[in-house]
Design a protein around this ligand. Structure first.
Ligand code: ADP
Length: 380
């Protein structure tokens, strides 16, 4: 199973994209719909809302009077927090039930309009954002939903900015053009990324490492590093001692293999084993080709199962020689242009020597020797 978070600003085209994903076979878990169901007549949710706000939020039919409730919470953060405190846990619980009930090979798409506002991105192995600039969204909301322009603008202003959404997006689906063009993007996403990602997760296998091929520097690496770091931290939970983006993709201006290196701190081999399942579920299964066994503090190696975002997660004991070396080397390269140039030269030489190799093993040994890396574990 793969859980995908789908979000975007109001009017961006989430429902349009979700419909296509369902046509392709996705199991949709629709937060807006669940939010209505948990306060439907006769539910505990409705009783709790009526208990908090009084009979004035109930209509003549005993159902929720949405306009009355909206008028109470609009502009009153305390009332809004009370309402969210009732509804959000119910939505979370119901969503969890629906995800758990999906078949083991499902690609679950959770349509969550406020995914970014609610800082939920790290809890999904993949986040897809549908993007259209705000002016076009206003035009569409007015034209096709008959919304008043001022209302559309007020709703957009109350949501996250596009910048925040871009930072959370593993996949940015641009829906500013014709709908057909967007549906083609959705089809490509399904075929080339979601289907193989789900198969990899079900098999518990990462995407295997490939031959060394240097690209970039890519200005998107830093943001991707933040997204994956947050995801790994969320998966490790209380056993995690912090995740750092390390390796060449963490050094601005340096060409690298398009593989993000992350370092997750864990105190012991037992803790490394205890977080392995959660890391796999978050998109990073253990690498069966890696044989790390406390080499200078490196306990385990996990690798991304997402064919669209290669990454390595090395689990290391905080403060161990391998842990310190990774951070010191990254920071030295960030600060010292000559060291950066020297390392870039070493990498290009390694690429030229070993570009016919099936994996990057000999390339990595070549660059690790230059780094003086005590773990010998690959870095990009
Ligand atoms: P959301 O679910 O993100 O609020 P919708 O999918 O309902 O957005 O789309 C908002 C409106 O814009 C709908 O009326 C939809 O038909 C229309 N729409 C979606 N994609 C496009 C597009 N590419 N071009 C024009 N209109 C679109």
């Amino acid at each position: 199973m793969l859980r995908t978070g789908l979000t975007g600003g109001i009017g961006a085209g989430k429902s349009t994209v979700a419909r296509r994903l369902v046509e392709r076979g996705a199991v949709l878990v629709d937060s807006d719909r669940i939010a209505r169901e948990v306060v439907a007549p006769g539910t505990e949710g409705l009783a709790a809302v009526a208990g908090a706000f009084g009979e004035r939020v109930l209509g003549a039919d005993g159902g929720l009077d949405r306009p009355a409730l909206a008028a109470i919470v609009f502009g009153d953060p305390d009332a809004r927090a009370t309402l969210d405190g009732i509804v959000h846990p119910l939505v979370r619980a119901r969503s969890g039930e629906l995800v758990a009930a999906a078949p083991p090979d499902a690609i679950v798409v959770q349509d969550v309009p406020l995914l970014v506002e609610g800082r939920m991105a790290p809890s999904f192995p993949l986040v897809v954002v549908v993007g259209v600039d705000a002016e076009e969204r206003v035009r569409r909301l007015v034209a096709s939903r008959g919304m008043a322009e001022a209302d559309a603008r007020a709703r957009i202003a109350a949501q996250a900015t596009d910048e925040d959404r871009r930072a959370a997006a593993d996949v940015w689906l641009d829906n500013s053009g014709a709908e057909d063009a967007t549906l083609l993007q959705v089809d490509a996403l399904w075929d080339e990324r979601l289907v193989p990602f789900e198969q990899n997760l079900r098999a518990g296998l990462p995407v295997p490492d490939g031959p060394p091929s240097l690209v970039g520097p890519d200005p998107g690496w830093a943001a991707a590093g933040l997204r994956l770091t947050a995801r790994v931290d969320a998966a490790a939970g209380s056993l995690g001692r912090g995740t750092e983006h390390i390796g060449s993709t963490a050094v601005p201006g340096l060409a690298a293999r398009d593989v993000l290196d992350l370092q997750l701190g864990v105190e012991s081999g037992a803790d490394a084993a205890a977080v392995a399942g959660a890391l796999a579920a978050a998109g990073f299964p253990a690498d069966p080709a890696a044989d790390a066994d406390d080499r200078a503090g490196t306990l385990r190696v996990h690798r991304s199962a997402d064919p669209g975002r290669p990454a390595v997660v090395v689990l290391r004991v905080p403060g161990s020689p391998a842990w310190r070396h990774a951070l010191e080397f990254r920071d030295r390269l960030r600060a010292d242009a000559r060291a950066r140039d020297g390392y870039a030269e070493r990498k290009r030489a390694g690429e030229a020597l070993y570009d016919d190799d099936p994996d990057a093993g000999r390339y990595s040994a070549h660059t690790a020797a230059w780094r003086g890396d005590p773990s010998g574990v690959t870095e990009s």
